[in-house]
Design a protein around this ligand. Structure first.
Ligand code: GLN
Length: 392
């Protein structure tokens, strides 16, 4: 058999997706891969049913159906406070996973460096390698996961072509402050670097934190490729509807890449999703109230189980410190947890560049009943740990 490609040799299977399989194997409550176990808004599923009858069922325009882009442009103009034009700036993609990949392929040349904060969502490392780029990492330091300004400047001095910014951040739950973003922006300007943002949790930011769109900072719009999706905001992770918002010149390049990668996002799903993009502000307020409630409930359950964690400011993940149990092998611990405690988490080491093995990630995008059941099981963790079949 001939060799497979070198570009795929540098990364492995997604640990997040693997943990979902481990959860299924052991019948564990799956708090690993972040997706809801509750339904999307009923208006949206009704719109989808209607679209099944009325269509469209054939390809939309490759960069996204015009009515979808129009509705999205109106919403994002309102939220971002900068003019977003659906005709020029938006490309609809198959999830923000494709959006990030298309953005990278559009601005990064083989051999370029790409700056990534660590811990990071695991796709970014693979995206960089698939683009032929070399990731360089800047640590975000616990407990608040801030960066060291000197370290960040030193990384910029290596002249990366792009920086990847996940805000609100997966897996830490960090929400970057306006000051931090302004510092990153000043460096991006000084060293002439693209900023590719992943803002899929833009609507899940807990008070008193607030979401600042990087593109909305003075002078940043033209160098920012904002990637986001409808997955988390409307609880439709399986619809795979994502998008990029970028200057018209780079949008034209992203549209080319997107066309040859996937041709387009699913036309009937875009049609149905226009309904969601037109929801009033009250929808987003209720979404946040619901996630705030889930966060409080789950953190309380962690407290009751005697577990230590970093309080998330945004997104729906929490990093839990397992150092008191097994601080050496978080993968082994997560497999034990799924098998014996019947709750699945993601080993933290899959997000860190540094050798960090004492953290695991839970997500809480689940019904209250699911979170309570997980909480009850986690209360048994310590007892079960004492009778475990392996030593550390
Ligand atoms: N973003 C989610 C997570 O981090 C799901 C990612 C995925 O599997 N596409 O768990």
């Amino acid at each position: 058999m001939p060799d497979t490609s070198r570009r795929t040799a540098g990364f492995g299977e997604s640990v997040i997706r693997r943990m979902t399989r481990v959860a299924m194997e052991h019948g564990a409550i799956n708090l690993s891969q972040g997706f809801p176990d509750f339904d999307p808004p009923v208006e949206l599923t009704r719109a989808l049913a209607k679209t099944a009858e009325s269509g469209p069922h054939q390809y939309a325009i490759t960069w996204g159906a015009a009515n979808f882009r129009r509705a999205l442009a109106e919403k994002q103009t309102r939220l971002m406070g900068i003019p977003v034009d659906g005709e020029k700036h938006i490309t609809v993609t198959c999830g923000s996973t494709e959006a990030m990949m298309a953005a990278m392929l559009s601005v990064v040349n083989p051999g370029d460096k790409v700056l990534v904060f660590s811990p990071f969502y695991e796709n970014y490392g693979a995206d960089a390698l698939l683009s032929g780029a070399q990731p360089i990492y800047v640590p975000l330091m616990p407990p608040d996961f801030g960066f060291d300004e000197k370290q960040l400047r030193a990384a910029f001095e290596q002249h990366p072509k792009a920086l990847i910014l996940c805000n609100p951040s997966n897996p830490t739950g960090k929400v970057f402050t306006r000051e931090e973003l302004a510092y990153i922006g000043a460096l991006a300007e000084e060293f002439d670097v693209w900023v590719i943002t992943d803002e899929v949790y833009e609507h899940i930011v807990y008070a008193p934190a607030g979401h600042v769109y990087f593109a909305s900072l003075p002078g940043m719009q033209d160098r920012t490729i904002c990637c986001s999706s409808l997955s988390k905001t409307y609880s439709i992770t399986g619809w795979r509807l994502g998008y990029t918002i970028a200057h018209e010149k780079v949008s034209a390049v992203i549209r080319k890449v997107h066309d040859f990668l996937t041709v387009g996002a699913a036309a009937p799903l875009m049609e149905a999703a226009v309904t969601a993009l037109q929801f009033p502000q009250s929808y987003y307020d209720e979404l946040l109230a619901s996630y705030t409630n889930k966060r409080d409930l789950f953190l309380h359950a962690l407290d009751e189980a005697g577990l230590r964690y970093t309080n998330p400011q945004g997104a729906y993940y929490v990093l839990v410190d397992i150092g008191a149990f097994d601080g050496q092998d978080d993968t082994r611990f997560c497999e034990w947890l799924a098998r014996e405690v019947k709750v699945a988490a993601v080993p933290g080491s899959s997000f860190f560049r540094e050798p960090v093995h004492h953290l695991i990630r839970f997500h809480f995008a689940k019904k209250e009943a699911t979170l309570k059941a997980a909480g009850d099981r986690l209360k048994e963790l310590e007892r079960l740990w004492k009778t475990r079949g392996y030593s550390v």
